[in-house]
Structures are given as C-alpha cells and as structure tokens.
Design a protein around this ligand. Sequence first.
Ligand SMILES: O=C(O)C(=O)C[C@H](O)C(=O)CO
Ligand SMILES: [Zn+2]
Length: 276
Amino acid sequence: MKVLHSVHPEDFKDYRTNTIRERFLINDLVKAGELNCVYTHYDRMIVGAVNPADTQLILPSYPNLRAEYFLERRELGIINVAGDGEVIVDGKSYEVNKLDCLYIGKGTKQVAFKSKNSNIPAVFYLLSAPAHKTYPVALMTHAQAAKVNAGHQSTANERVINKYVHLEGIQSCQLVMGLTILGKGSVWNTMPPHVHDRRMEAYFYFDLAADQQVFHYMGEGHETRHILMKNYEAVVSPPWSIHAGSGTASYSFIWGMGGENLDYTDMDALAITDLR
Ligand SMILES: O=C(O)C(=O)C[C@H](O)C(=O)CO
Ligand SMILES: [Zn+2]
C-alpha cells in the first residue's frame, strides 16, 4: 500500500508543482475490477476506492497494518459515487446505491464489494481511521443525510452539504464524513475557507466531466498553492492547510476527517481578503 508522509508548513512553502502532487495527490484509486488503498500519516487515515466489475472484491489486510484483518483496530466509512452496489459485512448484505453511505465498526472480519450491474459498475470511496471501540454498522441513504444549504448563486458557491458520519449522525470513534453537491452554475467549494488544526481532511472529487478539472487550493491562508484535480482523484489536507476548490465545470466531492473531535462545525474561518 502506498504511504503518504506528513509535511511541515514551512517546508511546503518551497514545494514546486511536482512535489505538491507527490505529497498530497491520491490518483489511480479507481480502476476497473480493483480495490486500491493509500495509507496517510495524517491521523493514520486510509483513503481507498473499490470498482468491482463481474466479481466481488474483498477488503484485504495490508502488511502496513500488522493486523489479522483490516478492521481489527479500525473503522470504515463507504460512499458509493456511481452505479448501484452491494456491500457484504460478515455475511450480511447492504444495498449501497449512488450517494448512500455505509459505516462499518471495528472488529468486522470481512467486507466484500459488488456491483449490481457490471455495465454500470459501482465506485465505492473508502475512508478508514484507527478506532478504539465498536460502533454498529449503519446505512444512511442520500435522502436521510443531514442537509445544510451553503453559499449563494451570486458568488458562484451555492451548494448543499450532506452530513452522514458526524456527532449527530452515524456514530463513530473519530471518522466524520459526508459530501457536497454544487448548485447549477456554481463552481466554488469551501469559500470562504477554513482550517481545523484538530483534524486532517481528505477531499475526493467526482461527477466532474473527463475534460474538466478542479483547482484545489491548499496551504496556510497567507501562503496558498493550488493543485489541479481530475474526476475520481483525492487530496489530503494537513491540519494547517485550507482546502477549497474552484472547478472549470460542475462537480461534487466527498469530504472526510479524523482527529480530536467529531464536531463538523469546529472550524477556524479565514477572511477571503486575508488570503495570499
Ligand atoms: O462545501 C463546503 O464548504 C464543504 O463541504 C466543507 C467541508 O465539508 C469541510 O471542509 C469540512 O471541514
Ligand atoms: Zn474542512
């Protein structure tokens, strides 16, 4: 499993395009018939994706974990971003269709992923954080997710934030997870931006046309850089970094965090005019 190490904000200031991409971008996650994971040293969050074709794919245990099975000491959040799918948790099947979320607690021995129709395969995005206790398996459909309307059409940042795993939603040890869908004509996410030193974050962009990209902004507010992101690519955001994006076309993205607390609103906002 590929490993991403943590970066100091002072070192980040000298990074050029290639180094920024090497240290923070997670690409090649979604591949037909494959399950791929990347281990990050940001709160030990694992970022992954599963794209089952004709046969089911089983979550393996990686040598990095020194565990008998993947979820021996971890919890897992899953969101499907494509065709209808099924997740089998220790023999019990859950229908996980587009934009539905399944949480699986510590101690689950086997997790298998299937597409309902191999012509329209599912793409399951995965986030896994270390866990100290077992919370029950929970399925939340897109319709059931807590919705927050944010931004405005006049500032091109109108969007709906959908919260699945958080303090008042699906219970977890440290995972917080949801997705944001931009309104028609809006291109900006998370603007005005924020940081949260208490939690790392990862963004995964989807429903972005193949010939378009998202400019994802990162770095300390007074020292920003950008990274160009394609559909089905993820990026890690260190605790000291802003994480915001502007797309050349419409898109959605999954956000997910791990760290000190489960409070979605624990953010330190930055004024747009203070950004450099
Ligand atoms: O569009 C937004 O704003 C977001 O989705 C923000 C993320 O949820 C986030 O960064 C949470 O910390
Ligand atoms: Zn954030």
